[in-house]
Design a binder for this molecule. Structure first.
Ligand code: WT7
Length: 653
């Protein structure tokens, strides 16, 4: 197929691949016939997966699809919390550990399924006493402590959709989310522990609630025991929950009953309230958690490092793993407190077997140096996962060698807040993985790479990643903004979901994610993905992390400007020599067209709270503009530091 107007160039070639070991393959939950089985009858396949849940009433029809509106398992009735908890206890698994909780200061809690169920029942009773009814929205603004999961499950138990707002967000961000969902209750804590100190949360709630809202009560967990201001609206969690009955018979809700709203952090516009329902969502999170992570609930210790404030925390800390009866680690703090080996120390302490984390953390570990992981025994690990951003092949190789001891399959899982559950990923006992590729859609899912006319591209070409069939865990809309739902996701291609990501197919049809299409650079008429240039830079031994942007260029339309973080403990050239080396390295890896015009060595990159690089801000710096709205940055000072570094570099020129 000739492609004159290639929507995205295919530049980076990768020849390495890794087969699952025969031992892993033999014991894997998903066996090679899984894909064919799903393809034979996609809807029957999802019905089969839904049957693994406990339903009070079976569904009458599997799917009703009137693009862009889907309903799954219509007429079915179930309760999310019963699926996560009651059925394990009823079937004799009550003494299994659900959470090994590790607080940042080193305090720990071991919580079994039976204990978790009791806490959730009492909390559900407390919510009822407060006056929360099915359908009422509850905002949850908490640190990463067991009560966060308990609060979510208690809401789900009584049919009150939760809206978890990440604890790192400001009072303003909290208020706008409270208003948008019209929440009636806020569940929070006095504070939490982070980077060695107690931070406060309750004051941000008090500040937020000075605005317009219909919040009647604030339920407060005492985590740090710091002093807090108190009003008549506030209730201590430990007081109200302690006096509740430990009995609560859960009512079942419709499969399409709203389970939660989760606001996407949105780097520009007003956040979108992505809303998910119950039956289809639970079906897909449970299925994917079982086959992608190969969970063996009796023996595995599973650890997903995501905060409950993100979709990963919803799907792969709370709902998926608990439905599957997993034993998990939950950690409150940051990876470098009190030392840069904290995560590895916890892996060794609990014998973690499955670790699911984000490329941003993997690249941070690379930057810190190998000595931190190497100081701990990581032999319990048997599977590694990543999510959130494209993982550069070299970061993938480092993860495999240094963390996984060359023994663990890696699952690079592509999905979104909107998709609710994993959509594209290797299956660890089946797929020969390639470093940097999410490989192919999981069984039962249809994803394609298409050109501007929605025509699938041939192998070896790039384009837009789309989902052309409804899936059980898909968003059911943008809360209160139907037009925005249609406009944002369904208008680029008629009746087809466009995720916003660019991707390419390699010569064997494997899918490589190439970053958001808004970030694509246009150099002399060639559309070049940021991901490929960044991966080329990271494949140089001196580089831990890179971010590239296209900056206006009189000659070429856009020129590539690269921001690079170096690895510690590795000898390398400096100054002009390093600069030349890196530019030549990119030219060698992917071609002269992608040679950066300018390379800036920096210590940090601007990232959102969930670890995504904010290229928009780097573009402002590269084009000498005043830096735009940086309120969603994890560290607001970073742009100042980068701009200052840039100024010094220019002065030296
Ligand atoms: C966007 C969704 C899904 C949980 C965390 C992020 C990017 C996500 C991958 C991956 C390349 C990825 C995409 C996607 N993304 N996973 N494995 N490879 N890119 O959820 O905040 O809704 O972000 O994250 O750009 O569209 P989110």
């Amino acid at each position: 197929m000739s492609q004159d107007h290639e929507s995205l160039e295919n530049l980076l070639q990768e020849d390495r691949f890794f087969l699952p070991s025969p031992e892993f393959a033999a014991q894997a939950n998903a066996q090679p016939d899984e894909y064919a089985h799903a393809n034979m009858d996609r809807l029957a396949f999802w019905e089969e997966q839904a049957s693994a849940l406990t339903w009070e009433k079976k569904w009458d029809a599997v799917l009703e699809w009137q693009a862009p509106y889907a309903q799954w398992f219509i007429g079915g009735k179930l309760n999310a919390s019963v699926n996560a908890l009651d059925r394990h206890v009823a079937e004799g698994r009550g003494s299994r550990v659900a959470f090994h909780f590790e607080g940042e200061p080193g305090d720990t809690q071991t919580i079994t399924y039976a204990q978790l169920l009791t806490e959730v029942k009492k909390t559900a009773n407390a919510l009822i006493e407060i006056g929360i009814k099915a359908g009422d929205r509850v905002a949850i603004y908490m640190p990463m402590i067991p009560e966060a999961a308990i609060a979510m499950l208690a809401c789900a138990r009584i049919g009150a959709p939760h809206s978890v707002v990440f604890g790192g967000f400001s009072a303003d961000a909290l208020l706008s989310r409270i208003q948008d969902a019209d929440a009636k209750l806020v569940i929070t804590s006095d504070g939490g522990f982070r980077k060695g100190t107690a931070f406060a949360l309750k004051p941000a709630v008090d500040e937020a609630l000075k605005g317009q809202h219909n919040v009647e009560k604030v339920l407060v967990v005492a985590r740090t025991k710091q002093d807090v201001a108190w009003t008549d609206r506030d209730i201590w969690w430990h007081e109200i929950v302690a006096r509740q009955s430990a009995e609560h018979i859960a009512e079942s809700f419709d499969a399409e009953h709203p389970l939660f709203i989760l606001y996407t952090s949105g780097t520009t516009a007003k956040p979108k309230g992505i809303f998910h329902t119950t039956g289809g969502y639970l079906t897909q999170v449970a299925y994917t958690h079982k086959v992608v992570f190969d969970l063996k609930p009796e023996t595995d210790v599973y650890w997903c490092t995501a905060d409950v404030g993100w979709i990963t925390g919803h799907s792969y800390v709370v709902y998926g793993p608990l439905i599957n009866g997993a034993t998990q680690v939950m950690y409150e703090g940051t990876p470098d407190t009190p030392h840069k080996g904290r995560i590895f120390e916890i892996v060794a302490k609990y014998g973690v077997t499955i670790l699911y984390t984000a490329p941003t953390l993997i690249r941070t570990w690379m930057k810190w140096g190998d000595e931190f992981p190497l100081a701990h025994n990581l032999e319990s690990l048997r599977l590694l996962g990543t999510v959130g951003e494209p993982i550069n092949p070299e970061a993938w190789m480092w993860y495999r060698e240094i963390i996984g001891g060359n023994r663990c399959p890696i699952v690079d899982t592509w999905w979104q807040t909107e998709t609710g559950a994993i959509m594209i990923s290797p299956l660890p006992g089946i797929t020969a993985t390639k470093p940097g590729s999410a490989m192919r859609p999981i069984p039962g899912i249809s994803a394609k790479v298409v050109d501007d006319n929605a025509t699938p591209v041939a192998d070896g070409h790039g384009g837009y990643l789309i989902l052309d069939q409804p899936w059980p865990a898909m968003l059911r809309g943008v809360w209160g903004e139907d037009e925005r739902y249609k406009e944002t996701y369904w208008s680029r291609f008629n009746g087809i979901y466009f995720a916003g990501d660019g991707a390419k197919l390699d010569n064997e049809g494997a899918i490589w994610l190439l970053g958001r299409v808004d970030d694509v650079m246009n150099v002399s008429g060639h559309r070049i993905s940021t991901t490929e240039v960044e991966s080329a830079l990271v494949s140089h031994e001196a580089v831990a992390e890179a971010a590239v942007v296209g900056a206006a260029d009189a000659m070429t339309g856009q020129g590539i400007v690269a921001f690079v973080i170096l690895r510690s403990g590795i000898a390398h050239a400096s100054g002009d020599e390093l600069n030349t080396q890196l530019r030549n390295h990119v030219a060698k890896e992917i071609g002269a067209i992608a040679k950066p015009r300018q390379i800036l060595i920096v210590n940090e990159l601007p990232k959102t709270r969930s670890g995504k690089i904010m290229r928009r801000l780097l573009r402002d710096v590269a084009e000498d503009r005043v830096v735009g709205d940086a309120t969603t940055l994890a560290d607001p000072n970073i742009m100042k530091k980068i701009a200052e570094g840039l100024k010094t570099a220019k002065d030296e020129d």
